[in-house]
Design a protein around this ligand. Structure first.
Ligand code: PRP
Ligand code: ZN
Ligand code: MG
Length: 225
């Protein structure tokens, strides 16, 4: 492919990070027309295209250099890095900036009536999650053997549906757990949104734009403090 004239930034299409990601870019003066439900949105006033995808796809797109930047939860980045490292696939990606949104915990949760006494009581249980790598690293360190029930979504219904004994999922307000009769028993990872960059070489013009955007982001974040 020929050298691209426009920078590509991947953001979450719909979910916890979508609105804040868009707001951040807009606060940097980027005009984006997001009215149509399209995969790609062109900025009207900057040489930037926004790629709107599932958050879980963002680290891989950056690591493969398909896009130049991404805004994603640190936990998703960590999980993808572990997964790829295990397969000897490229994991090149640089965290340019920690952002001031998307704070959440990756936590173990069990049914309200479950008598939880510590990680050991999950020994040989089945745990539903979308992020098995981080979960396994944590429970391995605790010496707790377990089996996984891999679900890309609807993790919170897994215990009630009889698919698993416990779940490990992202918790932000706690509303999802509460609505499903679950209680948070162990925080195993704290995450926030980060701006990441691929190893793609930027032209001088693009580098200048990036510097400008980073400066404006800093300004926006400081103004909110
Ligand atoms: C996470 C998690 C829960 C929800 C928890 O989903 O899977 O569904 O957020 O938030 P709460 O504690 O405020 O209720 P996420 O936003 O990552 O979306 P995804 O599962 O579609 O990727
Ligand atoms: Zn997701
Ligand atoms: Mg979810």
């Amino acid at each position: 492919m020929t050298e691209q004239k426009r920078l590509r930034i991947a953001i979450q299409k719909s979910g916890r990070l979508s609105d804040d990601s868009q707001a951040l870019l807009k606060s940097c003066g980027m005009k984006i027309n997001l009215r149509q439900q399209r995969l790609i949105a062109h900025s009207e006033n900057m040489p930037v295209d926004l790629l709107r995808v599932r958050d879980d796809d963002i680290p891989g797109l950056v690591m493969d250099g398909v896009v130049d930047f991404g805004i994603v939860g640190e936990n998703v980045l960590e999980e993808e890095t572990m997964l790829r490292s295990a397969k000897n696939e490229p994991t090149d990606c640089e965290i340019l900036k920690r952002l001031d949104f998307g704070d959440c915990r990756f936590s173990l949760a069990v049914a309200e009536e479950f008598n939880y006494t510590g990680p050991q009581c999950l020994a040989n249980k089945r745990i539903a999650t979308s992020y098995p790598g981080i979960l396994k690293r944590y429970l391995d360190a605790q010496g707790v053997p377990f089996s996984t029930c891999m679900l890309a979504g609807s993790v919170e219904v897994a215990t009630r549906a009889g698919l698993a004994d416990a779940i490990c999922d992202l918790v932000s307000t706690g509303a999802t757990l509460e609505a499903n009769g679950l209680k948070e028993v162990e925080v195993i990872y704290r995450s926030q949104a980060v701006l990441i960059k691929s190893k793609n070489k930027l032209s001088d013009e693009h580098q200048e734009l990036l510097d400008k955007l980073l400066m404006r982001m800093q300004g926006t974040m400081e103004a909110k403090e």
